[in-house]
Design a protein around this ligand. Sequence first.
Ligand code: FAD
Length: 501
Amino acid sequence: MPEHSQSADDPLRDVEIIVVGAGFSGLGLGIQLKRRGHESFVILERADDVGGSWRDNTYPGVACDVPSPLYSFSFRTNPSWSRMYSPGPEIFDYLKDAAAEEGLRPHLRFGADMLDARWDENAKRWTVRTPRGEFRSEILVSATGHLTDVKYPEIPGLDTFPGDLFHSARWNHDIPLEGKRIGVVGTGASAVQIVPQLAGLAERLVVFQRSAPYIRPRNDRAFSVAEKRLFQRDERSVEELRELLFWTNDYFFASRRMLPGFIDEMRAHTLNHLATQVPDPDLRAKLTPDYEVGCKRVLASDDYYPALLKPNVELEAAAFDRVEGQTVVSSAGNSFDLDVLVFATGFETYDLPSAHRIHGRGGLALSDHWAGGMQAYNSTAVTGFPNMFLVNGPGTSLGHNSIIYMIEAQVDHILAALEWRALNGGAVLEVSAEAEEQYAHRLDTLAAGTVNLRGGCSSWYVDPRNGRATLTWPDVAHRFRDQCAAFDATAYGVAAAADRS
Ligand SMILES: Cc1cc2nc3c(=O)[nH]c(=O)nc-3n(C[C@H](O)[C@H](O)[C@H](O)COP(=O)(O)OP(=O)(O)OC[C@H]3O[C@@H](n4cnc5c(N)ncnc54)[C@H](O)[C@@H]3O)c2cc1C
């Protein structure tokens, strides 16, 4: 029977916990629930497999840009990473193995897109509607990611383009690219991985750059046989490498806070990389950012600049403006005849993609609650949305360290909340508006001093509706765990007390 088929007798249709999303966040929570003996939970995933970003992003050159020993679960270290920055398929395999070996398969429901989730005030339960029927639970956890729903720019005339076009996160492997004239739109984290690969295939490659990124050396390398043996033999060696990488990254957060010395060093480090790899002063000028380093994500690449030097590659330092049939015209007025367009234009980030589908008290949609911008207490709970938690939602994104660390801290917060709830008669947990406001205010205050807001750029970290950096955690990563991993019942006190009485 195909796994998508409706099954009225699904033993996990009415459970304690529904987790939505089977990427790092949903699987991380699932593993910890399972390890603690929870059985009454289901993980709903709209796609056909686990993996999230690492299932969806199959473009040539896809890899993490945080070192692999750190870009993995602390509770499932992997001694077998092939490289410092492992390719996407290896990360995808890591997640598939984790799901299988930790016994999550019986809890996973694929093809289960959360179409609508509603808090039932009388029953004190969530009802989640999916193409596989309804699921009900006491607790809802949205782990739907925020680099999930692809974003295309509005381009006049795009429908007149006769060639092939696709988004970097929905790569069409059926389109042959050898000898083609290809345009890559965007110069963000995915584009700098894709361009070196396409440069070796295309007859002509045009890279449309609206704004130049800062790029630091990646220094990627394969792990040696001796290192791999050591990692296999001694798990502590992997943990020590993780710690070294984590604290080094956190130390350099000082540059995001614009501490003189730190930010100067970061700027010099990236601009030296540019000067070393790009001798031509005209090209170098086009590749020099016009904002402060760290305002947008600082990228890591050893082969992006060299790819731009190839004779078949052109950097068009202007936006992709319009399409007239086969011809693409940039905002500088230059025209290019192209066969294939690759949109490396990122994702919808200002709202969680699923926010309009989740309805809390009084049927209020999370997207309406967030009409003025996203916020959540401890980046995890939202007032008006009882017994609901978010993982990797607002206030979690990092420019300087691994998101897996943040996800694990949130998982610990949820586990602590579940434990408290179990000891308190299954109380309904709803964070108070005051606690949420205070937390949001503290994040705004911290963010005000960061280069994300002061660096003179526009980036996907900042919500254009309010100018707030609602997506990011504006501090060192370890302080997120210190402040958010624990569960403080007083922040949830009012509803819990009322429901117990
Ligand atoms: C190409 C790429 C490279 C990256 N590299 C790094 C890196 O090096 N370091 C780093 O820290 N971060 C990186 N990131 C960020 C990355 O998104 C996170 O690291 C991580 O994968 C997030 O995991 P997640 O589970 O929160 O979200 P996702 O991986 O996005 O998983 C969310 C899951 O929820 C599912 N879903 C969404 N909506 C619904 C719905 N309505 N119903 C059911 N299921 C739903 C999706 O199908 C998906 O499987 C990268 C992102 C991309 C795209």
